[in-house]
Design a protein around this ligand. Structure first.
Ligand SMILES: Nc1ncnc2c1ncn2[C@@H]1O[C@H](COP(=O)(O)OP(=O)(O)OP(=O)(O)O)[C@@H](O)[C@H]1O
Length: 251
């Protein structure tokens, strides 16, 4: 088992019948524009990115969210992290959460790396004194010392991820959400992140990971949830989950 199983571990995340709808605006075709001359060139469609998703996650579990492109993984991660609200259903969480979502999320582009460290840490519940204490260690982990006083809008995607990951792992999270972002780091940094994730597993923290890498999911996760068109089609062991994922590509 990749993480340390805790007997009778409490539930730290519970999603109950979660559904999320987006409104998609589409341009009308030339024919529709002529027929509807004088009216708006756009029409709206409802799109359910998540439909009736329910599961519970016990403390200390590493869970992989997998599925084809557009199946709803990032949307689910954002709903679990409280970054977006579901239209139906509810999410309950216990403990401090740190989230590594899409690139640059959580960073203010006009602020420097240093200022963003302080801003992010305070959003995640650290005092200024605690951030002062962690600051050097965050910068050292990120290995971007030379750019720490540069505005983050000038950062490369790898530099963003380095700083974001370094902050997330220093705020003592009980739950860590990681979207695909790690794939952006270079090989040595990815290895460093994997080691940190393994350390977190040993410490009994809960990790929710979105990944397209089957080998990464199999080596890190205790459990896999497979999404297809916004619904859970499998919830169980990692190896069986990867098999269910491959099968879902054929449908
Ligand atoms: N803000 C939004 N407005 C409209 N549609 C959205 C929005 N965010 C996501 N979607 C749609 O919801 C669906 C699920 O998107 P999501 O990013 O959750 O998929 P994913 O499984 O993470 O995909 P990928 O593997 O490509 O990253 C997609 O069809 C996407 O276009």
């Amino acid at each position: 088992m990749p993480s340390v199983a805790i007997p009778n571990a409490p539930t730290v995340v519970r999603a109950t019948n979660v559904s999320k709808r987006f409104v998609i605006r589409k341009e009308k075709s030339l024919k529709e524009r002529i027929v509807n001359f004088g009216r708006s060139n756009k029409h709206k469609d409802d799109f359910w990115a998540l439909r009736d998703v329910s599961f519970e996650i016990k403390a200390g579990t590493t869970i992989g969210l997998v599925g084809a492109n557009g199946s709803g993984k990032s949307t689910l991660l954002k709903v679990l992290g409280g970054i977006i609200e579901p239209n139906d259903g509810a999410v309950q969480r216990r403990g401090r959460l740190a989230a590594l979502l899409e690139l640059g999320a959580g960073f203010h582009p006009d602020l420097t790396g240093r200022e963003n460290v302080y801003l992010n840490s305070s959003i995640l519940g650290l005092t200024r004194k605690q951030t002062d204490d962690y600051f050097d260690s965050i910068v050292e982990f990120s290995e971007i010392e030379a750019f720490i006083d540069t505005q983050v809008k000038f950062y490369s995607s790898g530099m963003y991820v380095r700083l974001a990951f370094a902050i997330a792992v220093h705020v003592d999270p009980d739950i860590l959400l990681v979207d695909e972002v790690l794939a952006v780091g270079d090989e040595p940094f990815q290895e460093k992140c994997m080691n940190k994730i393994r350390e977190f597993q040993q410490e009994g923290r809960t990790i929710i990971l979105v990944s397209h890498s089957s080998s990464q999911v199999e080596s890190l996760c205790d459990r896999v949830v497979v999404l297809s068109h916004g619904s859970v089609i499998f919830d169980g062991g990692a190896r069986e989950g990867i098999a269910a994922l491959r099968e879902s590509f054929d449908h």
